[in-house]
Write a protein that binds this ligand. Structure first.
Ligand code: SF4
Length: 433
């Protein structure tokens, strides 16, 4: 990527272009690893431990990202059907089923081929992670390692370094990382190098700082990017390249692009009449079209809980201490996974703060059939939000993978009605003043 940097006349649109190129590069590397018969480290976006795993030269495979790509590329149904024919229930997480079919196809995906798992490392951020990894254990006999990360004890309870409870939790996580390291040495044949870990933590710190800034820049009016369509692409690259200099560089250049747009009042392609927040997981089977149904009516997603819980903690801008990299990584994992879990279980107050900071006109809740972890409780959360603030909201159900339960016509009807409500509310406010 570096070679093209100096030649860019305007940075507008660069994040999308470079993101697509980095994605291709990443998949090419995975395909090469698969063709060479190498195994990969299977990880998840919430608490990927990419910083540590990279130091063992293990290709990183993010099954969630692979699965959602099948939906974006309109072939998810083929994968889902194959997994259901194999015996998996229509009710379970669609990402799991797309991955099962991928494994049955020896790693074949529309973007290339992924290596089989040499190890799976994951946290308890989603209970599905644990059962999903057991599938790989059964299929390949590979080691699977669960890191138990203690969550927040109650809403709004956010102790940090120095607090005795936090320090206990950090030590608990650090002990698990110390147990994981010899397993990684055995699997990879590479000796642990603490200086490499320090360096990848440094790069993850730089990426987090940049990511937090990218999100903040969308407070401007008009917002420089759409948090749902553009933001999800930026997020995928930030996850896949976490811990690498190229990842930190990508996000730095994203900051530069968004600052450039903000200074010149450049927003997204369509005029921004209504600023919206998105809660949940995107509708990947209609990825572009879903955002368009809002932008055609002047709605722009200025932020989303997805860019929060699926960013591996980068949204917090958290800086891991580097003096003792294992303790620093433990602290980083604790802070980031806890933050991601809070975004699912305790998001009402942060959502109200987000609505204020981003001057939101409305909130769109998108519960989906096949991710209960994120969708359960959204109806209650919406009720709590409505009691706490006079903020219009829309509740639309579909799926992140399964086009059989996604009806564009039904979504469009509900979205149109929501915008009629937003417009009449604005009219009434104008009359009242
Ligand atoms: S249930 Fe939801 S959070 Fe868990 S793996 Fe599936 S999509 Fe991800």
């Amino acid at each position: 990527m570096e070679t093209t940097h100096e030649h860019d006349a305007s940075p507008v649109g660069r994040g999308n272009r470079e993101g697509a190129a980095l994605f291709r590069e990443w998949f090419d590397q995975l395909t090469q690893a698969a063709e060479a018969g190498r195994g990969g480290a299977y990880v998840f976006v919430m608490g990927s431990l990419a910083e540590l795993l990279r130091t063992f030269d293990l290709p990183l495979v993010f099954p969630e990202i692979n699965s959602l790509q099948t939906a974006v590329r309109h072939v998810a149904h083929e994968y889902l059907n194959q997994a259901e024919d194999y015996g998996y229930s229509p009710d379970i997480c669609g990402y799991v089923k797309a991955d099962v079919a991928t494994q049955l196809r020896r790693g074949a995906l529309p973007m290339g081929r992924i290596p089989k798992p040499a190890i799976a490392v994951y946290t308890n951020a989603c209970n599905t992670y644990i059962k999903w990894a057991e599938i790989w254990e059964r299929m390949y006999g590979c080691p699977i390692v669960t890191l138990d990360v203690p969550g927040s004890r109650y809403a709004g309870h956010r102790p940090g370094p120095g607090d005795p409870g936090f320090e206990n939790d950090r030590r608990y996580v650090a002990a698990q990382i110390r147990e994981l390291i010899p397993v990684l040495e055995t699997v990879s044949g590479v000796r642990f190098d603490i200086d490499r870990l320090r360096e990848s933590l440094r790069q993850a710190n730089a990426l987090s700082l940049g990511w937090q800034r990218v999100l903040e820049l969308n407070r401007s009016r008009p917002a420089p990017f759409n948090a749902l369509s553009d933001g999800t692409i930026f997020l995928g690259v930030a996850n896949a390249y976490r811990g690498l200099a190229s990842g930190a560089d990508y996000v730095d250049r994203l900051v530069e692009e968004m600052e450039f747009k903000r200074e010149r009042g450049i927003g997204t392609a369509t005029a921004e009449a209504y600023r919206l927040l998105f809660v949940g997981v995107p509708c990947y089977p209609l990825f572009r079209r879903f955002s368009e149904m809002f932008s055609e009516l002047g709605g722009n997603f200025v932020h989303s809980t997805y860019l929060w819980f699926a960013s591996g903690g980068a949204n917090t801008g958290y800086q891991a201490p580097l003096a003792d990299p294992i303790e620093g990584l433990a602290e980083s994992l604790l802070v980031s996974v806890r933050d991601a879990m809070d975004s699912m279980f305790f998001h009402t107050q942060p959502l109200l703060t987000m609505a204020r900071d981003f001057a939101a006109d409305g909130v769109v809740y998108h519960p989906i059939k096949s991710c209960r972890t994120v969708s359960t409780g959204l109806a209650d959360s919406r009720r709590a939000l409505m009691e706490a603030a006079d903020l219009p909201s829309l509740f639309i159900e579909s799926d992140m993978m399964d086009r059989r339960v996604v009806s564009e016509a039904q979504l469009k009807n509900r979205i149109d009605a929501f915008f009629e409500g937003l417009a009449s509310r604005r009219q009434q406010a104008a009359i009242a003043t």
